[in-house]
Write a protein that binds this ligand. Structure first.
Ligand code: 8YV
Length: 328
């Protein structure tokens, strides 16, 4: 459905979209959406139920983010919905089943963020193994100058064993970087892939036993909830380090905290958490842990590309009834 507005002497129509949450991870994005579309800003509505009731029958397209998603209730509340375009690659907060049943198209922003997410996975891995965060704090707090203590020795990265859980497009970008560090790269997926040079490990437990660094790059959601449980983390062990750029839900977080505190898990580099933005306080006290506030895709270049991808999907839907990067 379109809204009519006047620009100079021309009467133009802007298609309508419901934007569930701000794309504030990329400053220009909300403005660029508003230039092209009549945007209903759901997140600003004080009475959300009344807001949806008022507009539901006009809404055919939703723009959202990996963080806000578009859940069962939202889809049910929008009887005319035909397309959901999300900013981000993750779709664990979108009810794909409901969307499929109603033949609603769903797009995400794949590929454009592979490299930057893989870079952060590696940043966390290196920082964790070589105590880069700890070293930075040590210098800033003047322990080096004042000769108050010293950093422990780190763990060598080059030539070690890298285990990747979820060898999709991001997992592959992480694996490729591992080859540059002369690492032996193995992976666990539901099925082996014939098109990659890495060793397939059908058992996640075996992968954990046999990895120095285990990097999580799976999808989130119910299918992977607490995939990394206590047994897996114990198998990774006191010399092992767990890196997560996937979703917090993939790890049993309380178990991870216990094992990190006791030293039964050697370290962790985490960009994502179970209940963001809450991070367990105990993690903040541990030097074996490196913490980031869910920013793996947060570079100028990648966020620009993510916004462009959403704009392209919206444009394609409104002009041709198709989306460019479909999840379904
Ligand atoms: C997003 C993400 O930056 O793409 C994803 O799945 O988690 C991130 O890249 C962010 O969470 C958008 O909501």
């Amino acid at each position: 459905m379109n809204a009519t507005y006047h620009s100079g002497s021309n009467t133009m129509t802007k298609p309508l979209i419901l934007q569930i949450g701000s794309f504030n991870g990329h400053a220009p994005a909300d403005g660029e959406l508003a230039e092209r579309y009549e945007v209903l800003e759901y997140w600003k509505a004080t009475d959300k139920v009344a807001f949806l009731r008022e507009h539901a029958n006009r809404i055919e397209v939703v723009a959202t983010t990996a963080n806000f998603g578009c859940g069962t209730e939202m889809i049910a509340a929008l009887p005319k919905l035909r397309a959901i375009c999300t900013w981000g690659v993750g779709y664990d907060k979108i009810d794909l089943e409901s969307a499929a049943t109603r033949k609603i198209l769903v797009s995400n922003t794949p590929d454009v963020l592979n490299d930057c997410v893989a870079d952060i996975a590696w940043g966390l891995l290196l920082a964790c193994a070589r105590d880069i965060g700890w070293g930075d704090r040590f210098v800033r707090e003047n322990h080096w100058e004042n000769k108050t203590g010293h950093l422990p020795l780190g763990a060598r990265v080059s030539g070690k064993k890298l285990g990747i859980v979820g060898l999709g497009r991001i997992g592959e970008a992480i694996a490729r970087r591992g080859l540059g560090f002369d690492m032996q790269v193995s992976y666990h997926n539901r099925n082996a892939r014939a098109d990659v040079p890495y060793t397939y490990q059908a058992s996640l437990l075996e992968l954990a036993r046999d990895s120095d660094f285990m990097v999580l790059a799976t999808v989130g959601g119910a299918s992977t909830k607490h995939l990394i449980n206590e047994e897996i983390m114990r198998a990774l062990g006191p010399e092992g380090r767990l890196i997560n750029i996937a979703r917090g839900s993939v790890i049993d977080e309380p178990a991870m905290v216990r094992l990190l505190v006791s030293g039964e898990l050697g370290g962790a580099g985490l960009d994502v958490f179970e209940d963001e933005p809450k991070v367990p306080d105990q993690l903040k006290t541990l030097n074996s842990v490196v913490l980031m506030p869910h920013v793996a895709s947060a570079t100028h270049e990648t966020r620009r590309a993510m916004t462009d991808c959403v704009l392209e999907n919206l444009h394609s839907f409104f002009t041709q009834g198709k989306i460019v990067t479909p999840i379904i």
